[in-house]
Design a protein around this ligand. Structure first.
Ligand SMILES: *Cc1c(COP(=O)(O)O)cnc(C)c1O
Length: 396
C-alpha cells in the first residue's frame, strides 16, 4: 500500500476486497476513523505545528467517539450543537468560533472551559457582560485576512474577524475586564493555502499576525503566546510535500517567540469517507444511460455541484450484483438522485460501459468532509443518509 492509499479508504480493483460494502445501508456514508487519524497526523507532521480540527467538516458522533482522542491539539466548534457533541468526548482544548455566538452559546462554552475566538469588539463586550463574576476564559483575537494584509487579492475579502485597529480596541477592553488574550488568529478561507512568490501567501499571513502581536501585547499587557495561522489545506494536501517544506522554512523565524497552530476540517476528513447509494431504476435518454439512485442531493448536496459554475461531476465506482451480459450495448452513464430536482445529478462516467442494473452499488470516494454535514436533509421527506463505521487500520 502506498502512502497516498493509506490516506483514503482503499477501493482496490479486486471486488472480493470490497464485499463488505454490500452490507452498507443505502444511501449512506462510510467513515474510517483510522484514515481520519492518519490524515491528521500526516498534516500535523507536514506543518510541524499544533493542528486544530474544525468539526463542522464532519460532526458524526460515532466517528468522533472513535478518533477524538487523537485530536491532541483541540477542536474548533462553530455551533452549540457541535459543542454538545464535543463536551465529555474531547479532553484537549475546545475552541469556540462563530461571529453569531449568542449568550446561550457563550454560557455553555464558559461552563465547558472553552477558549473563545473573538470575532469583533462587540463580541468581546458581549462576552465581558455575560461573564459577570465567573472565572475568565482565555481568548484569541480573530483578524480579518484582507484587513491584515491590504495588498492581498481583493476576492479574498470576507466578513470574518477584525481590522488591526479594532483588534487593539478589543484587546484593551478584554484586558480591562481581566480576560486574558493569549493569541491571534486569521483564516483566509477553504482551499486558500498557498506558498508562492505572488505576495500575500500563507507564510505572509503568519508573519503579518506576528508583526501585530507586539502592538496587541502592549495594550493587553501580557504576552501573545500563540498564533493560529489558519489553513485552507486541500483534500490532496499530501501530494505535494515540497510546498510544506517551503512553508516550514518561512515560518521558522516565528517559532522562537510563538507557539504556532493551524486548523483544518477538509484535509483531515475528506479521504476518510465514502458515499454509497444503490441503483433504483435505469433508462436510456439522449444516448446516455441514466441510473437513478436511492441517494441524491438531499443526502450528498456537494456531489450535485450546484455551487460550481462548471459542473465537473465525480466518477463513481460501480459494483455490479451480476456481471454485465456479454455483448451488452455500451454508453456513458449519468448517475442521478432520487429527488425531482433537475439539479439532482450526482455522477458521470464518460467511458462507454454496459448499463448498471437495479440493485447495483454506486460508490463515491472523497466524501468524508462537508458531504455529510452540508446537505439539506428533509427535502421530499426522504430521510437522512445513514452512517457506517469501517475501520481499516489502527486508531491507538
Ligand atoms: C470552516 C473553517 C475552517 C475549516 O476549513 P477547511 O476548508 O475545512 O479546512 C477553519 N477555520 C475556520 C475559521 C473555519 O470557519
Amino acid at each position: 500500500m502506498t502512502q497516498t492509499d493509506a490516506l483514503s479508504i482503499p477501493l482496490p480493483p479486486d471486488e472480493q476486497a470490497l464485499q463488505w460494502l454490500w452490507d452498507v445501508k443505502t444511501p449512506g456514508y462510510v467513515f474510517d476513523p483510522s484514515i481520519v487519524l492518519a490524515r491528521y497526523r500526516k498534516l500535523r507532521e507536514l506543518l510541524d505545528s499544533r493542528l486544530i480540527v474544525s468539526l463542522k467538516a464532519n460532526s458524526n458522533l460515532e466517528l468522533l467517539i472513535r478518533c477524538g482522542h487523537g485530536f491532541v491539539d483541540g477542536v474548533e466548534l462553530a455551533s452549540l450543537g457541535e459543542l454538545d457533541l464535543a463536551v465529555g468526548r474531547i479532553s484537549s482544548t475546545k475552541y469556540v468560533n462563530n461571529p453569531s455566538m449568542d449568550e446561550t452559546f457563550m454560557r455553555a462554552a464558559l461552563a465547558s472551559r472553552c477558549v473563545f475566538i473573538i470575532d469583533s469588539l462587540g463580541q468581546a463586550e458581549r462576552l465581558i457582560a455575560v461573564l459577570g463574576k465567573q472565572p475568565a476564559p482565555q481568548t484569541i483575537l480573530r483578524l480579518n485576512a484582507a484587513e491584515l494584509m491590504p495588498g492581498r487579492r481583493k476576492e479574498a475579502a470576507d466578513h470574518f474577524g477584525m481590522s488591526p485597529q479594532e483588534a487593539m480596541l478589543a484587546a484593551a477592553a478584554l484586558s480591562r475586564a481581566d480576560v486574558p488574550v493569549i493569541g491571534l488568529h486569521s483564516f483566509v478561507g477553504s482551499h486558500q493555502f498557498r506558498v508562492d512568490e505572488r505576495g500575500g501567501d500563507s507564510a505572509d499571513l503568519a508573519h503579518a499576525l506576528a508583526a501585530l502581536a507586539g502592538d496587541i501585547e502592549r495594550v493587553a499587557g501580557a504576552p501573545i503566546a500563540m498564533l493560529n495561522c489558519g489553513g485552507g489545506f486541500g483534500e490532496r494536501f499530501h501530494e505535494d510535500e515540497s510546498v510544506f517544506a517551503a512553508y516550514r522554512e518561512r515560518l521558522a523565524p516565528l517559532r522562537q517567540r510563538f507557539q504556532l497552530a493551524h486548523e483544518s476540517g477538509r484535509a483531515i476528513f475528506a479521504g476518510a469517507g465514502l458515499f454509497a447509494t444503490r441503483v433504483r431504476a435505469v433508462k436510456t435518454l439522449g444516448g446516455q444511460t441514466i441510473a437513478v439512485c436511492d441517494g441524491g442531493l438531499s443526502h450528498n448536496f456537494l456531489l450535485a455541484r450546484t455551487e460550481s459554475a462548471i459542473k465537473k461531476y465525480a466518477a463513481p465506482r460501480l459494483l455490479r450484483r451480476q456481471p454485465a451480459p456479454e455483448g451488452a450495448a455500451v454508453q456513458p452513464v449519468r448517475f442521478v438522485g432520487s429527488t425531482c430536482s433537475r439539479a439532482d445529478v450526482i455522477g458521470w462516467q464518460p467511458d462507454p460501459q454496459a448499463a448498471p442494473a437495479v440493485g447495483d452499488l454506486v460508490i463515491f470516494d472523497q466524501c468524508g468532509a462537508y458531504h455529510p454535514s452540508y446537505s439539506v436533509s428533509g427535502f421530499l421527506s426522504l430521510g437522512a443518509a445513514g452512517a457506517y463505521i469501517h475501520q481499516t487500520g489502527e486508531t491507538a
